[in-house]
Ligand binder design. Structure first.
Ligand SMILES: Cc1ncc(COP(=O)(O)O)c(C=O)c1O
Length: 356
C-alpha cells in the first residue's frame, strides 16, 4: 500500500504521473522505443520540450518578454548562475536572508559583485519573514526565497520593489497564482511541486540579460540556452518529461487557482490541529507560516520517538524535521491529497489522548 508521503524533496508525485512515466520508460507513446533511448533532438523529445515550456507559460500566464528554460544542476547552481548573468562586477545586488538556501545564494553571489543583505531573521531562528526594510533603487535586483523549506516560512505578499525581483521558488512554484510582473528571474528545482529531481526551471525576463560585460561559457549563459530552446547540450530528458506530465496534471485539475484551493485546505487542516492540540506547537509566526512545509514541535520533547513511531505505524513517511532544524516538518506539496493530512492530524489527536 502507498504511504502518506510528507517528504520535503524529492517529494510526492501524482500516481497517474508515475504510471505514465513508468510506461514511457518501456515505450514512449507507441514509437517502438523507450523515452530513455531516443535522441534529445528527435521530433518526439522536441515536442516534449515545447509542451513543457508551453505549459509553464500557460500556467503562469507568461508573455514573450520571458524566456522559459529547463536546465540541470539543481536550484543550487542557480545561486551562482543567476548572479553571473545579471550582476556586473561593479554593481550591487540586494538579498534578504530567510534561511539556509537564501544564505547559500548570498555566498555565491558575493563571488560576483557587491551584495547587501537588507534584512535577516537568522537571530530569531528564521521563524519569520523580515519586512519594513528599504530597497535601494541603485541595486540591480532584490533576491528572495519565496518559501523556506527547512524553517517553514513563506512570503504571502512580495515586497513592493522599485527594482526587479529575483526569486528562488524551488519549494512553492505552481502552488498558487502570483503576479509575474515584478519578477526579473525565477528559478526552481522541480523536485518538490512540479516533478522529479534533475530538472531546474528558469524563467528570465529577456531585458535582464546581456548587460554584465562578462564573456560567459555557453553552459553558464542563459542567452545561449534560450537561443537553443534548452537543447544546447543534452538536457535531463526523463526529469523534463515527468515535469511535463506533472504540469499537465496541474492544468487538468484547474491550474494554479485549483492548487491554491487544495493547498489552502491542507495547511488549514494541519495548523488548526497544531494550534488546538496541547501536545504540539508551531515554530513560525502565524502570518508567515508556510503552506508547503509545516514545521512544529512537541511540547514534551521526550515523546518525539514515540510520535514518530505512531506516524510510521499509520503509514506516514517523511515528517521528521530537517537534520539542521530538528522537530517535525510535514511537506504539503501540490500532489499530496488532503486525505493524507487528515491521517496525520488523526494520529496527532490520538497521540495527545494517550499521552496528554
Ligand atoms: C528553497 C530551496 N532552494 C534551493 C534548494 C536546493 O536545491 P537543489 O538541491 O535542487 O540544488 C532547495 C532544496 O531543498 C530549496 O528548498
Amino acid at each position: 500500500m502507498k504511504k502518506h508521503n510528507f517528504n520535503a524533496g524529492p517529494a510526492i508525485l501524482p500516481a497517474e504521473v508515475l504510471e505514465k512515466a513508468a510506461r514511457a520508460c518501456v515505450e514512449l507513446d507507441g514509437i517502438g522505443l523507450s523515452l530513455l533511448e531516443i535522441s534529445h533532438r528527435s521530433s518526439e523529445f522536441t515536442a516534449i520540450m515545447d509542451r513543457s515550456v508551453h505549459l509553464v507559460r500557460e500556467l503562469l500566464q507568461l508573455d514573450e518578454a520571458y524566456h522559459v528554460l529547463f536546465l540541470s544542476g539543481g536550484a543550487s547552481s542557480q545561486f551562482y548562475m543567476s548572479a553571473l548573468n545579471l550582476l556586473a562586477p561593479d554593481q550591487k545586488a540586494s538579498y534578504v536572508d530567510t534561511g539556509t538556501w537564501s544564505y547559500k545564494a548570498i555566498q555565491d553571489a558575493r563571488r560576483l559583485g557587491t551584495i547587501e543583505i537588507l534584512a535577516s531573521s537568522k537571530e530569531e531562528g528564521y521563524t519569520f519573514i523580515p519586512k519594513n526594510y528599504s530597497i535601494p533603487e541603485d541595486a540591480r535586483y532584490l533576491h528572495l526565497t519565496s518559501n523556506n523549506t527547512i524553517y517553514g516560512t513563506q512570503y504571502h505578499a512580495f515586497p513592493n520593489s522599485p527594482i526587479p525581483l529575483v526569486c528562488d521558488m524551488s519549494s512553492d512554484i505552481m502552488s498558487r497564482p502570483f503576479d509575474i510582473r515584478p519578477f526579473g528571474l525565477i528559478y526552481a528545482g522541480a523536485q518538490k511541486n512540479i516533478g522529479p529531481a534533475g530538472a531546474t526551471l528558469v524563467i528570465v525576463r529577456k531585458d535582464m540579460l546581456g548587460a554584465t560585460g562578462r564573456d560567459l561559457s555557453p553552459m553558464m549563459d542563459y542567452s545561449v540556452h534560450a537561443k537553443e530552446n534548452s537543447l544546447y547540450n543534452t538536457p535531463p530528458v526523463f526529469p523534463i518529461y515527468v515535469t511535463m506530465l506533472t504540469l499537465e496534471w496541474i492544468l487538468g485539475l484547474g491550474g494554479l487557482e485549483a492548487m491554491e484551493r487544495r493547498n489552502r485546505e491542507k495547511q488549514e487542516t494541519l495548523y488548526r490541529e497544531i494550534d488546538s492540540n496541547p501536545l504540539f506547537k508551531g515554530r513560525c509566526v502565524p502570518e508567515d507560516r508556510s503552506w508547503m512545509n509545516v514545521t512544529y514541535d512537541l511540547t514534551q520533547p521526550d515523546l518525539e520517538a514515540a510520535f514518530l513511531k505512531a506516524c510510521k505505524e499509520a503509514g506516514i513517511e517523511g515528517v521528521k524535521g530537517h537534520r539542521s532544524a530538528g522537530g517535525f516538518r510535514a511537506s504539503l506539496y501540490n500532489a499530496l491529497p488532503v486525505e493524507s493530512v487528515k491521517v496525520l492530524t488523526g494520529v496527532m489527536r490520538d497521540f495527545a489522548e494517550k499521552n496528554g
